[in-house]
Design a protein around this ligand. Structure first.
Ligand code: UD1
Length: 423
């Protein structure tokens, strides 16, 4: 008998989406192999549904460094549809996603749409799917939100608005940590829509950690000890890794200046490697803050071989691919960041993390993991960096962050599609 099929559409748009979606796309492929072979589909709930996967890239991020490199590193197939949206104001970018995605959704008519994370593409596509009608009966896809329930309680963050709206139009909410369950309950979202599955970003980390260890980035950046060694900190001189891109941290010159001054003690003690987001690079030039940085070339390689931190300047390099960044993170003495995902990845790697924000939507990383919230004051950053550099605490890995989240998500998805068809 021919197996029953269902069409699953997955949307990615911006850099942090790629590592969250990659394991789901891989799990769909493995599930299908299980349906057609004797291996079975135990890991996805024994469903015999064949899943047709359609991958849509909105093009919110479009550079080789911000997008293409991640497809290669994470083994993601070429998108079936590319919307070519690009940059713009929040309204213009989201509106463009909405307009272009509606045509695609109407044409493809999937059974279920997966959106991940909290970027403008997540919100735009979820909204379209929640309001579409494929026929006179009002048929529409189920909407699944991966990484639901996270809340910073700071509505000044564009991502917070995206999270709240996406969660409230979604049919299936896949939660990464206990705070998400609480937040969704507090907002009145029915329990039956909510599934605690763990973290697909950590699925990617586990799948690619070994490969990342073979990255040549430590050599390229001259971070090896003179006695050599490979991969582990045994062969690596102590260094810090920095990322900063949040509009609230980099868009105002006084705030960015304050942060850079807060980092001076760290950067005169250790090399600080800073793969800088395009937004941040533009702001550094606009504010004339080049004096804080030794600017590397596009490949991330150093121009000179002098000790990186000799003059206390931060080493600014182009954004890195997934494997190189994972390698740098895993070997760092401390990571300083305002990213969401990096708080989770450092927790999983047991690497101390200083988050340059007043709040986090990922409190589990502070509660059981290696993360501390530094705030954005000079003193706060300086003290948090000092504390974390002396920390012996390697933290614990949160519940369900075990590399199997995508399988759990697919099990729920197959069950829900079958349930919907049976009524
Ligand atoms: C977006 C997400 C943010 C995420 C971040 C990760 C939203 C609201 N924000 O912010 O949650 O943490 O991605 O990177 O969706 N640019 C390039 N090349 C690119 C992409 C962007 O040069 O490939 C430049 C553009 O000039 C643009 C700026 O970077 O103006 C910002 O890009 P945008 O997508 O608007 O937001 P991000 O700050 O990247």
């Amino acid at each position: 008998m021919k197996p029953k099929t269902a069409k699953i559409m997955t949307v990615v748009g911006a850099r942090p989406n790629f590592m969250k979606a990659a394991p789901i796309i891989a799990a769909i492929r493995d599930h299908n192999k299980g349906v057609t072979s004797s291996r079975g589909t135990e890991s996805t709930g024994n469903s015999q549904l064949m899943l047709e996967s359609v991958l849509v890239h909105t093009g919110q991020h479009y550079d080789e460094a911000m997008s293409d490199r991640f497809f290669a590193d994470l083994n993601i197939p070429k998108p079936d549809v590319h919307l070519g949206v690009g940059s713009g104001s929040h309204a213009a970018q989201t509106a463009d996603v909405i307009k272009k995605f509606e045509e695609v959704l109407q044409r493809e008519k999937p059974d279920l749409l997966i959106v991940v994370g909290d970027v403008n593409s997540t919100l735009g596509c979820a909204l379209v799917a929640a309001k579409i009608s494929f026929d006179a009966n009002g048929t529409k896809p189920l909407v699944a939100h991966v990484e639901a329930g996270l809340r910073s309680f700071d509505r000044g963050m564009p991502e917070e608005i995206n999270r709240i709206v996406t969660d409230h139009v979604a049919d299936l909410l896949f939660v990464t940590e206990e705070s998400g369950l609480r937040n969704l309950r507090d907002e009145g979202i029915p329990d039956e829509k909510v599934h605690f599955v763990g973290n697909t970003m950590i699925d990617s980390l586990m799948a690619f950690k070994d490969q990342a260890n073979s990255s040549k980035i430590l050599d390229k950046l001259g971070l090896r000890n003179s006695n050599g060694g490979s991969g582990s900190s045994g062969g690596t001189a102590p260094y810090a890794l920095l990322t900063l891109h949040r509009p609230s941290n980099v868009d105002q010159s006084a705030t960015l200046l304050n942060i850079l001054e807060g980092l001076e003690e760290l950067s005169s003690t250790y090399p600080v490697i800073f793969p800088a987001h395009p937004r941040t690079q533009k702001k550094v030039a606009e504010f004339g803050f080049e004096r804080f940085f030794e600017i590397g070339n596009g490949s991330g390689e150093r121009k000179e071989s002098r000790t990186a931190h000799a003059d206390g300047r931060i080493r600014l390099v182009e954004p890195l691919g997934y494997l190189d960044f994972l390698c740098l993170m895993g070997n760092a003495a401390v990571v300083v960041t305002d990213s969401g995902g990096i708080q989770e990845e450092t927790t999983c790697l047991g690497v101390p993390c200083v988050t340059v924000r007043e709040n986090t939507e990922r409190p589990i990383t502070v509660k059981v993991g290696t993360n501390v919230l530094a705030g954005t004051s000079k003193d706060g950053i300086r003290e948090a960096a000092r504390k974390q550099l002396n920390s012996k605490f390697s933290g614990a890995v949160p519940e369900g962050w075990d590399g199997k989240s995508a399988q759990r998500i697919l099990a729920v998805i197959c069950r829900e599609i079958e349930k919907r068809r049976s009524v």
